[in-house]
Ligand binder design. Sequence first.
Ligand SMILES: [Zn+2]
Length: 288
Amino acid sequence: MVTWRELGSALLALVLPVGCAGCGQDDVAWCAVCRALLTGPPRRCEQRAGRLDRLGTRPDVPAWALADAVGPVRSLVVSWKDRGRTDLTGGLVGALAAAAVHVSPELGAAVAVCPTQSPLLVVPVPSTAAARRRRGADLVGLLARGVARALDEELGGRHGGTGARAVTVLRRRGGRDQVGLGRRARAENLVGRVRVARGVDLRALDGAPVLLVDDVLTTGATAAQCHEVLLRAGAVVVGLLVLASTPPPQEVPVDGPVRPGWPPVTQDSQVNPRVTRGRRLDSAPYRR
Ligand SMILES: [Zn+2]
């Protein structure tokens, strides 16, 4: 089913020049070089997200990312989330699903020691309702569904194993976008705002293994909130899987391979072309 937004993007692509959403290379939506940047296996990244270690004495929750959220990878994610490049959805979902398959042995081992026979619940880290409306879709939810499909196969859903399924059990209420907020402000903005969604049967969460899925891991504030809420509901969080993680400032290259002047003016009506033109997209903040 083609959405109006996708139809609009396709029509605009006819009149606007197409460029790789990562590096700006002409006439290709996502070039092979940038595609390779999100090809597995994923790497552990929980040590980068300071807020995750606020989980204190509880056992460590592993976090995996396919890439650093810098340069072309950052441009790809910003284009997808906030610049209407929904043509990237299939590729990004496929990349994260492949990453999930890479880590499925570890996930399977964690599921095996859970107190219930529940399938692995793949839970998207929630965006605000405003962000979902702006994007026209729950993009992280799409990632979670792709990951669950791949893991269901790996964990034997069709062969008597526990399998996996995507469930949207968390909601974020109120609060402002995390965009532009520092570490402390991000955490404070979130306090008490992540909740189990209305109508979710809490018995299904009790003792169930959960894999959290998100697009980018920045400070870990949102993931830590989700973890906390899920723990209180009795779930066992076995990991966090993201497309990219933000490296500490000292690791970020001063100048990446993104072409100066990229991106061109796009279909995002919220963007002032005079401001956008000539600005590197990887300096644009993420919106959640
Ligand atoms: Zn590229």
